[in-house]
Design a binder for this molecule. Sequence first.
Ligand code: E4P
Length: 217
Amino acid sequence: MKIFIDTANLDEIKEIASWGILDGVTTNPTLLSREVERTGKKPEAILKKICSMVEGPVTAEVTSKEAKGIVSEGKKLKRIADNICIKVPMCKEGLIAIRELRNEDIMTNTTLVFSANQALLVAKAGTNFVSPFIGRMDDVGNEGMGIVDQIVTIFDNYCIETEVVVASVRHPMHIVEAALIGADVCTVPYNVILKMLNHPLTDVGIERFLKDWSKIK
Ligand code: E4P
């Protein structure tokens, strides 16, 4: 399973990219505006910098609500770098825009997906990635991971090439569950990636080995 980081924070991306485990980056208007406020840089400059830090796809989200606007915004964003992937919100106009962007060979990631039917529609429109939002479903009392399971099964049944990106991840078990289901990608916030590293028995083990070794030094 590929691991993307779900942030626009340049420091966080730099650190995780240095581990050699990062396959891509997802941003959204909330994350990008946070980084604009933190650094005073322009959104395009931040996206350009991110694209230079990772080889894989970097998603940049459009804000237009109509197909025409989505397509022209997507084409403009695409000029930032080759690895830009246009994030399009799930809606009828988005569906039309996805097909047009596909025809122009521009990668898309469909965001704000909350059902298997939505995923099926955007896959048929030709989106490269579909992003079910797990945490937000859990927040309202639904079982988010159940939708991922349905989408992965449907895509397997019909050999659909669209990659399933598990998004809105809140804790490390979301990543394990995504991998067990067979999702293609999990996009993970920085603080949750850090949590993936840790286990108390690892810390105890290292401390004991070093203590025992120091006895003979
Ligand atoms: C995914 O691409 C989104 O940026 C993200 O996962 C949204 O997650 P949130 O529910 O934590 O805002």
